[in-house]
Design a protein around this ligand. Structure first.
Ligand code: ARG
Length: 433
């Protein structure tokens, strides 16, 4: 407040209003309300600083929760050890890979889930599950508040807080990164002061990474400069296409009711299948996406995505679905798919419309059974074979020879005359002859 400013008696009244009037959301915790906090803990710098900061700032107890959604190369014993060392009452590590695969990724495959032409939603799909688990563990461990490490500029805060507010109206939320005004340097200084181990050098900030078994994103550093073509070091998952094998590889994906069940004829559990598809894709350089995205909160942002499993499986699913669908179904479904993807992207996983759309999507997918073969070669994925007992396809009908019966070539002119009727009438009505 600036005391040099002349005082306006009208605004003065508002300055003494009760604190609730300045509270922007009912689910945000006020300092006095925080007794025990469930912290969504990744083991990274932000949430490690937070673990200590919450204990100091709120004089609260902290229970940590780390969710395994198949982040490659994570050592959960190390993460847990770090949380305990920083004073957590407990650190729960939940392996949610199966639930993530079957309840989040499988519906996304059936809905050909893609946002903004290239983003298969792996983060957006993971957040509602992570937040749902946070609610479960908060209740189970007697926490009154959930804390997360999202910033105030991204989509993840929306996804996590919308989930908590929807599923657990009794729980409060704190989002320290949004309010603590520490930049990276201050966080490192805080970490040093409190004996929090800091990985890597302090000079260059790392990329901001989020990953799970459906993909990986990188943000920050040069990625924010739209004119800067990707530096090689951002690709930690997918082999750069120019370094991929000189020999192509064919992979076949078997589907039942819209969900992949086998790779190259081998039946696999979904988690294993997703991981296997990812590693084949990584080897051949597929699934690199350089994406400009419209965030929920209005900003545009650039992400570098590495989505090898999605590049293979979404392409295969879309192809098989089109083969078993009619022209009308095939024109209609992408509209619903787009809406489904947008609701998920926008943090509204718990919105009834998402379930309504999903019911339709699932019904269509009861027929999406069969096998798609794809050729992977230096960054490209191309469908080369298709096969389904439900294909709306008849090789005989498709050949040039008149097969009679269902389709008679001699009937086509009558169809064309009627099909073109309105166009011809309209042209005449406009006086163009
Ligand atoms: N832009 C993507 C999304 O909004 C990825 C976000 C990744 N999250 C992160 N905290 N780095 O879903």
């Amino acid at each position: 407040m600036n005391d040099e400013q002349p005082r306006d008696p009208h605004t003065e009244v508002h300055r003494v209003a009760d604190p609730d009037a300045t509270r922007v959301a009912s689910y945000l915790a006020q300092p006095g309300e925080v007794g025990r906090v469930l912290l969504l803990y990744s083991g990274g710098l932000d949430t490690s600083v937070m673990l200590k900061w919450i204990q100091d700032e709120y004089e609260a107890e902290v229970v940590a929760l780390t969710v395994n959604l198949g982040q490659p190369g994570e050592d959960y014993d190390v993460v847990r050890g770090k949380a305990m060392q920083l004073g957590a009452l407990d650190c729960h590590v939940v392996d949610a890979r199966e639930e993530f695969a079957s309840e989040y990724v499988a519906p996304a495959i059936r809905a050909n889930a893609d946002y903004g032409d290239g983003y298969p939603l792996f983060t957006a799909l993971g957040r509602p599950l992570i937040a749902k688990l946070a609610v479960e563990y908060a209740r189970r461990t007697g926490c009154d508040t959930i804390a997360h490490g999202c910033t105030g500029k991204g989509n993840d805060q929306v996804r996590i807080e919308a989930t908590i507010a929807t599923l657990a109206p009794e729980l409060k939320v704190i989002a320290p990164v949004r309010s603590w005004q520490m930049g990276r340097d201050e966080e490192i200084a805080y970490a040093r002061k409190h004996g929090i181990p800091v990985k890597g050098g302090t000079e260059t900030a790392p990329y901001s990474i989020d990953d799970n078994l459906w993909g990986r994103s990188s943000e920050g550093k040069w990625i924010e400069d739209l004119a800067h073509a990707p530096d090689d070091d951002v690709f930690q998952l997918v082999t750069r296409p120019e370094l991929a094998p000189d020999e192509p590889e064919i992979v076949t994906v078997g589907f039942e009711a819209g969900v992949p069940v086998s790779l190259n004829g081998e039946r696999l559990k979904l988690v294993d299948l997703l991981e296997r598809a990812a590693s084949i894709g990584m080897k051949h350089g597929v699934g690199i996406v350089d994406h400009i995205e419209d965030r929920i909160v209005g900003l545009k942002v650039r992400d570098i995505y590495e989505v090898p499993a999605a590049a293979i499986l979404l392409k295969a699913h879309r192809e098989l679905e089109r083969l078993v669908g009619t022209i009308h179904q095939n024109q209609f479904k992408p509209e619903l798919d787009r809406k489904w993807a947008y609701l998920v992207y926008a943090g509204l996983w718990w919105e009834p419309l998402r379930e309504d759309i999903q019911a339709y999507v699932e019904h269509v997918n009861t027929r999406v059974t069969g096998t798609i073969g794809l050729k992977l070669y230096k960054g490209s994925v191309r469908v080369v074979t298709r096969e389904s007992p439900n294909a709306v396809y008849d090789a005989q009908l498709a050949t040039f020879a008149d097969s009679g019966g269902l389709f008679s070539q001699s009937a086509s002119p009558g169809f064309i005359e009627i099909w073109s009727l309105q166009s011809r009438m309209a042209r005449r009505a406009r006086g163009d002859q």
